[in-house]
Ligand binder design. Structure first.
Ligand SMILES: Nc1ncnc2c1ncn2[C@@H]1O[C@H](COP(=O)(O)OP(=O)(O)OP(=O)(O)O)[C@@H](O)[C@H]1O
Ligand SMILES: [Mg+2]
Length: 622
């Protein structure tokens, strides 16, 4: 019979370490959370070999007395549950497990000076063996050093990745914690280089604008791109509060790694929260792209269980539905407030396309005029980008324009270029999309704004407008219809007729009234008014095709984005349709007035903006 026995303390701690300390970054997380719990305002970190040979964390927090130090490395000793109440956890730590676990698998030393104390003390733990505290030198706070992590558990050591990889994980952990604590300064170095250096923002509570302080910290970590393209989020429901920043839908990424979620100041990666973010952006981003967000959920401690995951990165909510509803509602509201705004990255990317990607002349643009016969390509022999190639083609196009001697474009602007007095709306801050000047290639509207120009993809913009109006009309009880003077008979395959007729009530709700018309045809009587002049036959044929591909179980309303896309293709503003100046300006004004009009139903921008200063830079004037 096998003998049953109690395991030695060191082994118990090593087993716990197996869960708590997965890699250097998880040990670092525990140490920095302890520093934050101790009220630190400055935390300095040094990692050697990605944390494998050294993790050092210094803080200026409350510190510990000599006997506190001895207790701290004992299992289940904590200062953080004064009332023994696991339902009221207000600190990041609560189990009294981290330090003994780390001490069991490394060479740990902690030096600390209690606030107001007259000496500092140091304690060492080596592979679980504890030596008594001895006096040490330290002016304030606590310094923890973890050397040779996992030396006592060689199996774990083998699983460590290259120092660079481990260092990357560590940096990421600190970035997350730093986002939640902009009032604390952080630095992280590898002994010779500084990898992170974040100054403390003014106190969030007393600072003039907590959003600004937090956004500054987010910008320092996530980059200017996020700072410039984030919308503030602020919502409250039943004592649950969500704040933070959400990226515009046009600022999307390949993975959800740039989604940062916090529950009561604790960074978490929680399926429920990530799912809610996805749901809120569903309408604006295609399924394989992911928005950037940093969201902070605060709720009463008893409403959330943080004791469900060894690394404390998952939580359980008492009322998951409330959390989801709050997040989806708050994000949708923030996105609606953004109106037509598309992210500045769109314009920047556009400029990038104009600029030569490589080649010796980067940054100094010779003026084409200076070398009379030299073509643009002579200056940029290697890979002119597409934008340049087009510019070059226009430059060299033979003058087919006749009298004026100006440039000849393949496709002349359909709207006359305005040469008279500028329209007042150009400088009107209420009309950020400016005044339409021309339409090119029968799909792009060029508009002049106060300080630049805007290029609108009329097709994408119209598709979005149709979608938003359709949603609005459905919510308000019905889509306005417009009767055709002459009902239109459309001949189709029998199967297509069946599909359309079986969906006729749903189509009617969307503004399209049709019925079967003998074998192999339907008759269209009314169309959605918001489409304007419609090619009813084309619309019905395309819808029939859509329906063939669609899952029969899905209602048309569930697939509204697709249906509206199809409808927009047959509306009055589809691409290829020449617009006059009034029609173009009307489209711009509608975009300004419509929420979410900055991107099409697939997350692509509907317009790009180029600032005059950027244009001047393109031409080497700046
Ligand atoms: N940097 C620090 N400054 C002051 N006190 C500290 C510091 N680090 C640890 N302590 C003290 O040591 C105790 C034990 O720390 P440890 O991380 O092991 O457990 P915990 O933080 O209480 O809970 P958890 O295991 O969930 O992290 C803490 O409760 C705290 O009182
Ligand atoms: Mg702790």
């Amino acid at each position: 019979m096998p003998t049953l026995r109690r395991l030695p303390e060191t082994l118990v701690n090593q087993i716990a370490a197996g869960e708590v300390v997965e890699r250097p970054a998880s040990a670092l997380k525990e140490l920095v959370e302890n520093a934050l719990d101790a009220g630190a305002r400055r935390i300095d970190i040094v990692l050697r070999e990605g944390g494998r040979s050294l993790i050092q964390v210094s803080d200026d927090g409350c510190g510990m007395e000599a006997d506190g130090l001895s207790l701290a490395v004992e299992r289940h000793a904590t200062s953080k549950l004064p009332d023994d109440d696991l339902t009221h956890i207000s600190t990041l730590g609560f189990r009294g497990e981290a330090l003994p676990s780390i001490g069991a698998v490394s060479r740990l030393s902690i030096t600390s000076r209690a606030r107001g104390g007259d000496t500092a003390w140091r304690i060492r733990v080596e592979g679980g063996r504890l030596s008594p505290p001895e006096p040490a030198a330290l002016t304030a706070g606590t310094r923890v050093e973890v050397r040779d992590l996992f030396f006592a558990t060689p199996a774990r050591l083998k699983f460590l990745k290259a120092p660079r990889t481990e260092q990357g994980h560590a940096v990421e952990i600190i970035q997350r914690l730093a986002m939640a604590h902009p009032e604390v300064a952080f630095s992280l170095g590898d002994g010779s280089r500084t990898l992170l250096d974040l100054a403390a923002a003014p106190d969030l509570a007393t600072g003039d604008d907590p959003y600004r302080a937090r956004l500054a910290r987010l910008g320092a970590i996530l980059g200017r791109e996020f700072e410039d393209n984030a919308l503030p989020v602020n919502a409250e429901r039943a004592g649950y509060r969500l704040t933070g920043h959400a990226g515009l839908p046009t600022l999307h990424k390949r993975t959800s790694a740039q989604q940062f979620l916090f529950v009561n100041g604790r960074p978490v990666r929680d399926k429920l929260l990530l799912g809610a973010v996805r749901g809120a952006y569903m309408d604006f981003i295609s399924a394989d792209r992911h928005p950037m967000v940093a969201l902070f959920l605060e709720l009463p401690a008893e409403e959330v269980d943080v004791n469900v995951h060894p690394a404390k990165t998952e939580v359980r909510f008492r009322d998951a539905g409330l959390v989801r509803g709050l997040i989806v509602g708050a994000l949708k509201h923030a996105l609606a407030e953004a109106g037509h705004r598309a992210s500045t990255t769109v314009g920047t990317a556009t400029l990038g396309a104009f600029r030569p990607q490589e080649g010796p002349y980067q940054g100094s643009y010779p003026r084409p005029h200076s070398g009379a016969s030299a073509s643009w390509a002579t200056y940029h022999p290697s890979h002119p980008s597409q934008g340049l190639a087009e510019a070059q083609a226009a430059w060299q196009a033979p003058d087919r324009g006749g009298s004026g001697g100006g440039f000849a474009f393949d496709s002349a602007p359909a709207a006359r270029v305005e040469t008279g007095a500028p329209m007042p709306v150009e400088h009107d801050p209420n009309h950020p999309l400016g005044a339409a000047k021309a339409q090119v290639h029968a799909n792009y509207i060029i508009a002049q704004t106060g300080d630049g120009l805007v290029i609108v993809d009329q097709h994408a913009a119209h598709e979005r407008l149709v979608y938003e109006r359709m949603k609005e009309a459905l919510a308000a009880g019905g889509v306005a219809r417009q009767a055709l003077l002459l009902p239109e008979v459309v001949e189709l395959e029998e199967a297509a007729v069946d599909r359309l007729v079986s969906r006729a009530p749903e189509l009617e709700a969307l503004g399209l009234v049709l019925e079967g018309f003998g074998p192999g045809a339907v008759v269209v009587r009314e169309v959605p008014a918001l489409l304007g002049q419609t090619d009813a036959a084309g619309l019905v044929r395309d819808l029939a095709e859509d329906l063939a591909e669609a899952d029969a179980a899905l209602s048309l309303e569930d697939r509204l984005a697709d249906v509206c896309g199809t409808m927009a293709c047959h509306g009055s503003v589809r691409s290829g349709r020449r617009l006059n100046a009034d029609e173009m300006n009307a489209l711009l004004r509608q975009m300004e007035a419509t929420p979410h009009s900055g991107q099409c139903n697939h997350g692509r921008p509907t317009y790009v903006e180029l600032k005059l200063s950027d244009i001047e830079r393109l031409f080497g004037r700046r």
